[in-house]
Design a protein around this ligand. Structure first.
Ligand code: ZN
Length: 328
């Protein structure tokens, strides 16, 4: 069998949130990401699906949320993405600590991992997040969104995800199949004391790393946990070759599913984490002009005919805008 086209890295991360307005306020205003799409969960159209990304919705920058009010708080544990990290420009963590102080966001002490400075904190639902300082090259594919945060500190897409796994071996082999290379291991500071963290890296430059940490702590899906992580398979051909490789490895990927802004294949990997393979196209600008991303509720496909009914069932929310925001 021929090797699949290696993935360049993470495409998006999808999480479970509680209150939709609180989720919007934190991710769009406090962290300053752009709302690039406001839609509904395709399997549950009475629930929003929010997409936050860089200024242009570049693949490798979007974190998405299902605000499921009827779920309760989750617990991070084995078989989950335990931590999601974003890239920020070198030297910007002072800015972020000050901003978090101003906005009442609790954060932990900075830590150093693989030679990089990271600032760990949680979102209002308890989702573990980190900002990691990196040198952003001039030709970086991400485009900073500067409505709330200056370019010198703006988030520039994903840095990494961390996977908590009972038995990391089979997942590590899968990551190699997908095109990640093992970079080495580090002892704490990690997520669980005493545990070793092993880093796998794709070519990137965005969403480059997957860290693997062995743990037996059990978790529960709910507010403040990651639902799945998607990896980039830029073209349909790339995705088909990766799907075949995943199937040959003994996993059971779905067929291709149309997610309107990308096409997706899902499978649960050996350690229990839900993985997705997502194409680069058609992209978030396929149904809204770049200047108007996120302005209106987008109801793709068959949901468009039920707009009145769907809108009536959704809670009212307001997209944070700089002119209405509290002064810092
Ligand atoms: Zn997804």
């Amino acid at each position: 069998m021929t090797d699949p086209t290696p993935t360049p890295g993470i495409h998006h991360v999808t999480c479970v949130a509680g209150d939709p307005q609180r989720n919007l306020d934190f991710w769009a205003e406090t962290l300053g990401l752009r709302v690039v799409k406001r839609s509904v969960n395709q399997d549950d159209p009475e629930t929003y699906h929010f997409f936050f990304a860089d200024a242009e919705g570049t693949p490798g920058t979007s974190i998405t949320f299902f605000p499921w009010l009827n779920l309760s708080a989750g617990t991070v544990g084995t078989g989950q993405v335990s931590r999601t990290a974003f890239r920020v420009p070198s030297g910007s963590l002072d800015f972020w600590e000050e901003r978090f102080d101003d906005h009442g966001v609790e954060y932990d002490d900075r830590i150093e991992r693989f030679g990089e400075a990271a600032l760990p904190f949680r979102d209002p639902d308890g989702l573990p997040v980190e900002l990691v300082e990196v040198d952003i090259p001039d030709d970086d594919p991400t485009v900073p969104w500067t409505a709330f945060i200056p370019e010198s500190a703006a988030i520039r897409g994903f840095h990494s995800v961390t996977l908590w796994l009972t038995d990391p071996g089979p997942t590590e082999e899968l990551l190699r199949t997908m095109g990640f290379e093992e970079q080495g291991s580090e002892e704490p500071p990690g997520d669980a004391p005493g545990d070793k963290r092993t880093r796998f890296s794709a070519v990137g430059p965005v969403g480059t790393h997957v860290d693997v940490v062995p743990t037996v702590e059990s978790g529960q899906q709910g507010h403040g946990t990651v639902h799945h992580v998607a990896f980039r398979t830029p073209t349909d051909e790339d995705q088909a070759s990766m799907r075949r490789a995943v199937q040959s490895a003994g996993l059971r990927p779905t067929g291709q599913i149309d997610r309107h802004w990308f096409r997706s294949v899902y499978f649960r990997e050996f350690g229990g984490v839900l993985f997705e393979l997502a194409t680069s196209g058609p992209g978030y600008t396929s149904d809204e002009p770049l200047a108007e991303l996120g302005e209106r509720l987008v109801l793709p496909g068959e949901f468009g005919d039920r707009r009145r009914e769907i809108e009536a069932a959704l809670p009212n929310v307001t997209i944070p805008r700089p002119e209405t925001a509290d002064a810092d």
